[in-house]
Structures are given as structure tokens and as C-alpha cells.
Design a binder for this molecule. Structure first.
Ligand SMILES: Cc1cc2nc3c(=O)[nH]c(=O)nc-3n(C[C@H](O)[C@H](O)[C@H](O)COP(=O)(O)OP(=O)(O)OC[C@H]3O[C@@H](n4cnc5c(N)ncnc54)[C@H](O)[C@@H]3O)c2cc1C
Length: 379
């Protein structure tokens, strides 16, 4: 089930090489300066890594879900900020490829793949609704040949630089809850779309995260993605796939934390020997490795199930829950192993901990993953 194809290995090698050569040397600097890594994202697009699981006829790499997960993991080992923007852009492109009309796909997928759209954004969360999209307040009403969108979105990854945004809005009265949501393609620069200032975050500081205002934002009738009222289904399907990406991001961050902990513990001496000779440190390292491997197996299972076209909602939630919670613990242990130096900005351990923390929150919190898993268990 987990043997890798030649294509998957090629994508993995390509991402690993680019991450080591180009991304890793810049990661600490862009974390500190919060500089948007445009040249890195351009490089990733040039390598076909912005639309990995998008058909080649739409400009994508057509390399599959496993290849996507492997690439995100490699990128996250170097820089978690770059990884999440890459992951979300892949998710947006895949969603358009899956639900879009011939024209919508032809218009946006090649641009997302090539980097002409620097990023794609996924605008579901609002100031008053994150876990519960059914409580969304943004509305879209039909006015002749147009839809008019009004409302606000919160914490939208990459939206300052996005060429196209998937924007969810209510097209039926509030009582309809999640059944009254629709999804729209909103292009950069559309009148009435206002992108707010970047948030000041704990981690993934080079990833662009902004609020949006939609003030009588008019889009053409054919900007509706999928069916009117079908927005919730689109969001949930996209998030199932996205969660494989966030699992991969968490695993990548944790892998770096472990590698640095191994090297440091061999090098650092206390009480007449390397701290790696202390059983307390060895047990931490052993737990870190076991959790990383288990998380990777869960993520790979979800990826293969998705590729086979079956249901994988529960498996993706399990991978995301386990990988993200493990990554937070692993990165916390990595700081502990590095002692006082681990708390300093000079070493990457503290950045990994700050970066890992968000993986238990976005694309569904750990609590929401548990709800999804429990629903499956009790089915
Ligand atoms: C850096 C960053 C980037 C993001 N990027 C995007 C993006 O690109 N697009 C986008 O749409 N959103 C994005 N988000 C938003 C993110 O998906 C939400 O923050 C997340 O879904 C949680 O929603 P919330 O913050 O409103 O928390 P709430 O839903 O208010 O939840 C608060 C707490 O209550 C818990 N809770 C809620 N409901 C239940 C329940 N039924 N049972 C048990 N516990 C519950 C939650 O788990 C959480 O612990 C981003 C967030 C961050 C921090």
C-alpha cells in the first residue's frame, strides 16, 4: 500500500532538493522578518509543486495525493510557512479542478500551477464562525447576471497574494444552516473585496494571514463553483484532502525537530558524557521517532484511500489529529532536549514549536477531528 512509485519518488526528491538548497537557508530569516517568500513560491511553481494532484491537461503535475503529501512534508522540514501556503494553493487548485466548469478550470488551474496566480486562497472562516461554518454570516444575493457578496472573512492564508479566492457565502436564509452555503470564485482585484493587514502570529510568521471584507463585492453569475447550496459539501471535501496536507506539514516540522535533537544530544555534554547517553533523553528520542512514523503511516493510508476514490474522511481526520498533536509534543520535547539554547531564537527548536502549534487549530481543530472520527466510529 505504501510502496512509492517512480513519480512519487521523483516528486519527493525534487521537493527535498529544492527545500534543502533554497528554502531551508531562508527559513529563520523570513520567520524573523515575516517577509513573504515570493521567489521561493515561484521556484515551487516552476517545479510543478503548486498543483501536484491536478491533472496535467489543466497544467498540474498529475502526480497524485501521495506525491502531494511527500512534497509538503519535505517543504515543511525546511519552512512551515512556505509549506502551508503551498498546501492551501494545491487544495484550491484541486477543488476548482474537481468542482469547476470547463471554463472555470481552464481559467484558473493553469494559472495556479504556473505561479501566474501567486497563490490561491480558501476563505471559509469568519470572525464569528470557524469550526461551525453553518453559522456563517457572509451572504451572496443574485442581482441580474451577478452575485453580490457581503460579509467578512478571518485568518485567510495567502489572500494578499492570491490570484483567485474560494469564498463561501450564504445563499439561503440562516435557518438553513450549512445547507444554505455556496462557494464562489473571486478574482484578485474584484471591486468590493478588501484585504486587511497581515495578522501578527505566534508561528508560521512568513505565511500571509489576513482578514477580508466583502462590501457589495460583485462577481458574475458563472463565478458560482458547483451548485447553489452545495458549498458545504465542497468545503468538507476540500478539507478532507487539505487535512492530509496539514498532517504532512506537521510531520515535516516534527522531523526537523527530531533530527536537530539527535544531533544536539550527541554533541552536548553533561555529567561527563553526551546527553544522548542519558536514558531520559533516549526515551524522548524514541517516542519522537515512533510518533513520527505512526503519523506518517496514518497520512499515507489517507492519501492512498483518497487516490483509490473511496471515502477517507475519518482516516484524514485521524492523520491530522495524530500528526498535529504529536508534532506539538515532539517540538516541545525538542526544546527541552536543547535546554536553555532551545529557548533562544538562535536555534530552530523554538521556531518549530511555534510553527507546530497551529497545526492542531487550522483546517479543523483537534476537537473537530475527534468529532469527525467519533461519528465514523459510531456509524
Ligand atoms: C494561522 C491561521 C491560518 C488560517 N487559515 C485559514 C484559511 O486559509 N481559511 C480559512 O477559512 N480559515 C483559516 N483559519 C481559521 C481556522 O480554520 C479556524 O481558526 C479553526 O477552524 C477554528 O475556528 P475558530 O478559531 O473560530 O475556533 P472556534 O470554532 O470558535 O472554537 C474555539 C474552541 O472551541 C472548540 N470547539 C468548537 N466547537 C466545538 C465542538 N462542537 N466540540 C468541542 N469543541 C469545540 C474548538 O476546538 C476550539 O478549541 C486559519 C487560522 C489560523 C490560526
Amino acid at each position: 500500500m505504501f510502496a512509492l512509485s517512480e513519480t512519487e519518488r521523483l516528486v519527493q526528491r525534487t521537493a527535498r532538493d529544492f527545500a534543502a538548497r533554497v528554502i531551508a537557508p531562508k527559513a529563520a530569516e523570513i520567520d524573523a522578518s515575516e517577509a513573504f517568500p515570493s521567489h521561493i513560491l515561484r521556484g515551487l511553481a516552476d517545479l510543478g509543486l503548486m498543483a501536484i494532484n491536478v491533472p496535467t491537461e489543466l497544467g498540474g503535475a498529475g502526480a497524485g495525493v501521495m506525491a502531494y503529501a511527500l512534497a509538503i512534508q519535505e517543504i515543511a522540514r525546511a519552512c512551515a510557512s512556505t509549506a502551508v501556503m503551498t498546501s492551501v494553493t494545491n487544495m484550491v487548485s484541486e477543488t476548482i479542478a474537481r468542482f469547476g466548469t470547463h471554463t472555470q478550470k481552464g481559467l484558473h488551474c493553469p494559472k495556479l500551477a504556473s505561479g501566474e496566480h501567486v497563490l490561491g486562497s480558501f476563505a471559509l472562516s469568519e470572525p464569528d464562525s470557524g469550526s461551525d461554518p453553518g453559522a456563517m454570516r457572509t451572504t451572496a444575493r443574485r442581482d441580474g447576471a451577478q452575485w453580490v457578496i457581503d460579509g467578512a472573512k478571518q485568518w485567510i492564508t495567502g489572500a494578499t497574494y492570491a490570484g483567485v479566492l474560494l469564498v463561501w457565502a450564504r445563499t439561503a436564509p440562516a435557518e438553513t444552516g450549512s445547507r444554505g452555503l455556496s462557494c464562489f470564485l473571486v478574482e484578485k482585484g474584484t471591486r468590493g473585496l478588501r484585504v486587511g493587514p497581515p495578522e501578527d502570529k505566534m508561528g508560521i510568521r512568513a505565511s500571509n494571514t489576513v482578514p477580508l471584507e466583502l462590501d457589495a463585492c460583485r462577481v458574475p453569475a458563472d463565478a458560482l463553483l458547483g451548485d447553489e447550496g452545495g458549498g458545504f459539501k465542497i468545503a468538507m471535501e476540500a478539507l478532507d484532502g487539505g487535512r492530509i496536507g496539514i498532517s504532512a506539514q506537521a510531520i515535516g516540522i516534527a522531523r526537523s525537530a527530531l533530527a536537530e535533537s539527535i544531533a544536539y544530544s550527541k554533541d552536548r555534554h553533561a555529567f561527563g558524557g553526551a546527553i544522548a547517553s542519558q536514558q531520559a533523553i533516549q526515551w524522548k528520542l524514541a517516542d519522537m521517532q515512533a510518533h513520527i512514523d505512526a503519523a506518517e503511516l496514518l497520512a499515507m493510508r489517507a492519501a492512498r484511500l483518497k487516490e483509490r476514490g473511496g471515502r477517507y474522511t475519518r482516516e484524514a481526520a485521524m492523520a491530522k489529529l495524530f500528526a498535529s498533536e504529536s508534532a506539538v509534543r515532539i517540538c516541545n520535547d525538542a526544546v527541552q532536549i536543547h535546554g536553555g539554547y532551545g529557548y533562544m531564537r538562535d536555534l530552530p527548536a523554538e521556531r518549530h514549536l511555534r510553527d507546530a502549534r497551529v497545526t492542531t487549530i487550522y483546517e479543523g481543530t483537534s476537537e473537530i477531528q475527534r468529532l469527525v472520527i467519533a461519528r465514523g466510529v459510531l456509524e
